[in-house]
Design a protein around this ligand. Structure first.
Ligand code: D41
Length: 719
């Protein structure tokens, strides 16, 4: 291999500095024509000396296409999320918490930034060279999108040398976005070419980053602003202001609306200023972000529930838009619950087209009383689902009020009202109620353990605003919903089984149970004969099913679609029981000891695993799966007490001290017997003595007996 010529090196350097002028300074010193000439010269030399080309050459932004999917990549330091403030009070509370944490009357500088509405990414530079670009993903694991990141012209492939030496390695965090004018142009050309129109710049940016072909990403007008760091080795920073100025010196793009404030009042003024100029800012923002400037203070404050205590997003109020109600439907969910949904004349709310709006339940339906032909005010905040704020009744010939259906609109089965029950134990000898339970299971146990002939159980139906289809698996909507949930991204994540293919396979009776999905490969020939199923598409389908068979335990638990078991509960179950068999065998008592699980949810779980159909279905499914033990680092992320030091004193009931301790520890708390300045909370039961006094004198927050349960459920409320 020959050594690259001085001329070649110099052309590379010149192009790099012109890129910097153009994309970062927005102030090019040469014409486009001169630039193109230079670029041609570079390509000419490279065609004669292909061995000189390194990945950092300006010609190498569009690299080769990865095989079929992005690799996952674990962030060296997790990408946390931002807590939100929606008003002045929230912001003042944020500041007060910080003062309390750091010791009152301390002057705090806040770094203020507009909150870009784009896609968060992490860029890894080693000795100043871009080696990797990763999506945020779930904060722990992202996708390696290096070849797409490299196509973004404002992201330097090599950092500019400055007075500040490069760290050995640094994770640069920031936001990839598309400016408002670029977005307009992009959609205009998409429309002209009959391609899909993007709903908003954020979707367009995020979608562009996830293109498998970097040539497509390269054609999208993506831009980038850096806003922080993750792991940084071989360099120390004092505060954010320094980080941002070093970023600038390295040629990394940063938002020029960033500003340092020396008080929370100044922050509020910043918010007002940015809000009032929002329309003239050339990119979409959905609020501003305030961050404690000093890194040592950030460290002291730490994080809670995956958000740093030292930062907050102050969001702009949600936009409200007027539209018209075209129809009101009852949609059957996978659990059979019928949800009233308003079909609207499509409107754009905060950058998203909205044509449906859930009305949640019968109470909400009666409260709003929306009718066909009425006007409606809709709002949407961030990625929150659209909400109907108000109905504006039609003046003349107003339609009739909406009545809940008498039969399931999908399967014509009967509708159950007030299907939730409560069980009361009566002492028949005294005609007195003794105790109430929210599950029949619990009630039955109580009766059995009391060995009394005088106890009887009375089931009472509770008044609930929900109605339910009684059709179970025979209702097509419930059946399809169950499978749609099973294959969804947060569940078994089977890419190839989109709605259309899934429903076809269900209708053609290829899929009658979860296990059938995993034996589809045995029916290849028959599948290939189906309309729109070629050899290649069947191939892809089977590949993606195969891939999903290696699954994390919590995802499997979530996939089963147990009523009331969402992602968090599924994670807690997986963390605590460790295997699907242990979860299946768990008793009501085991379950209520799990964080977040109360008697109602525990009863649902017990009922689910006691159901013969479910037993058979799971038994058939398990042999196809390769269930991973929960990854500790991944499970840590939802630990409610991670990083908290908690002491317990006094007599505690109804749970024992040991139980409370185990529960806290399983959620990441460090439980100590003594109290120090480092203690975050003291749980004080009855007859708490000297420890309580000590805690008070040290300013440790105290959780009283009556609040223990609510503290365990949601410690954030007590911070
Ligand atoms: O402009 C943004 N979207 C932005 C996002 C920003 N200016 N600063 C941010 N800072 C953080 C912390 C403080 C947690 C490091 C963020 C984000 N996070 C963020 N972006 C997506 C999730 C979290």
């Amino acid at each position: 291999m020959s050594k690259p010529s001085k001329k070649y090196i110099s052309i590379q350097k010149t192009i790099r500095s012109y890129d910097y002028e153009y994309y970062i300074l927005d102030d090019p010193s040469i014409s486009d024509h001169e630039y193109d000439e230079l670029f041609r010269e570079l390509k000419q030399i490279e065609s004669e000396h292909p061995d000189w080309i390194t990945p950092e050459s300006p010609s190498q932004r569009v690299g080769i296409k990865p095989e079929n999917d992005f690799d996952t990549f674990k962030h060296f330091q997790p990408m946390l999320s931002l807590a939100n403030a929606f008003n002045e009070d929230d912001l003042n509370n944020f500041h007060d918490r910080i003062l309390k944490n750091l010791g009152a009357d301390k002057q705090i500088d806040y770094f203020c930034e507009p909150k870009m509405d784009g896609a968060a990414v992490s860029l890894i530079y080693e000795e100043g060279i871009l080696v990797r670009g990763v999506t945020r993903g779930d904060g722990n694991l992202g996708e390696d999108i290096t070849s797409n990141i490299r196509t973004i012209r404002s992201i330097p492939l090599i950092l500019k040398e400055s007075k500040s030496p490069f760290p050995t390695m640094i994770e640069v965090r920031g936001e990839v976005f598309i400016s408002k004018p670029d977005f307009e142009t992009l959609n205009l050309s998409a429309e002209k070419n009959g391609e899909k129109i993007f709903a908003n710049p954020r979707n367009a940016a995020a979608g562009s980053l996830r293109q498998l072909d970097p040539a497509i990403t390269s054609s999208r007008p993506l831009a980038f602003f850096a806003h922080g760091i993750g792991l940084c080795q071989g360099k120390k920073f004092i505060d954010l202001q320094e980080i941002f100025s070093v970023f600038v010196s390295w040629g990394l793009p940063v938002n020029n609306l960033n500003k340092l404030s020396s008080s929370i009042d100044e922050c509020l003024n910043y918010f007002k200023d940015v809000e009032s100029s929002r329309d003239s800012i050339p990119f979409e923002i959905d609020g501003v972000v305030f961050k404690v400037n000093e890194l040592s203070l950030q460290k002291q404050l730490g994080e809670i529930a995956r958000s740093p205590r030292w930062a907050i997003a102050h969001k702009f109020p949600a936009e409200e838009v007027h539209t018209e109600i075209e129809k009101i439907e009852f949609q059957v969910g996978r659990t059979g619950i019928l949800t009233p949904v308003a079909k609207l004349k499509t409107v754009n709310v905060g950058g998203v087209n909205v044509s449906n709006c859930t009305l949640h339940n019968l109470d909400e339906l009666r409260r709003l009383d929306p009718r066909v032909g009425d006007g409606a005010v809709i709002k949407r905040a961030g990625d929150v689902i659209p909400k109907m704020v108000k109905v504006i009744p039609k003046k003349n010939n107003r339609a009739d009020a909406v009545e809940p259906p008498k039969k399931c609109p999908s399967c014509q089965s009967a509708i159950a009202h007030n299907y939730q029950s409560e069980w009361t134990i009566f002492d028949t000898s005294k005609s007195m109620p003794v105790k109430k339970f929210s599950s029949s299971y619990e009630a039955q146990k109580f009766v059995e353990s009391n060995h009394s002939e005088n106890l009887s159980v009375l089931e009472e139906h509770l008044d609930t605003p929900f109605i339910k289809c009684t059709g179970k698996n025979s209702c097509p909507e419930i059946f399809q919903g169950k499978f749609t949930h099973f294959v969804s991204r947060k569940a078994m994540d089977i890419d190839g089984l989109g709605q259309e293919i899934l429903f076809t396979l269900i209708n053609k009776k290829f899929i009658k149970d979860f296990a059938d999905i995993y034996s589809l490969s045995e029916h290849r020939a028959e599948l290939e004969k189906l309309e729109r199923f070629g050899e290649k598409s069947v191939d892809n389908l089977i590949k993606s099913i195969d891939k999903s068979s290696s699954v994390e335990l919590y995802k499997l638990v979530f996939s089963l679609g147990i009523e009331e078991v969402g992602e968090t509960t599924a994670r807690n179950l997986a963390n605590i029981f460790g295997s699907i068999e242990a979860i299946q065998k768990s008793s009501f008592e085991d379950l209520i000891a799990v964080p977040d699980i109360g008697p109602r949810v525990a009863a649902k779980i017990v009922d689910h695993f006691a159901d013969t159909e479910n037993i058979v279905s799971l038994k058939a499914l398990l042999p196809y799966l390769n269930i991973a033990n929960p990854d500790i680092s991944a499970s840590e992320k939802d630990m409610k007490f991670l990083g908290l030091q908690i002491a317990i004193t006094g007599k505690i009931s109804p749970m024992s001290r040991e139980e409370v301790k185990n529960l806290l520890m399983s959620e990441g708390a460090k439980v100590t017997s003594s109290i120090s300045k480092k203690t975050n909370f003291l749980i004080a039961g009855e007859n708490a003595g000297s420890k309580l006094e000590k805690a008070k004198s040290l300013g440790v927050r105290i959780i009283e007996a009556a609040d223990i349960k609510s503290f365990i459920n949601d410690p954030k409320k007590f911070l």
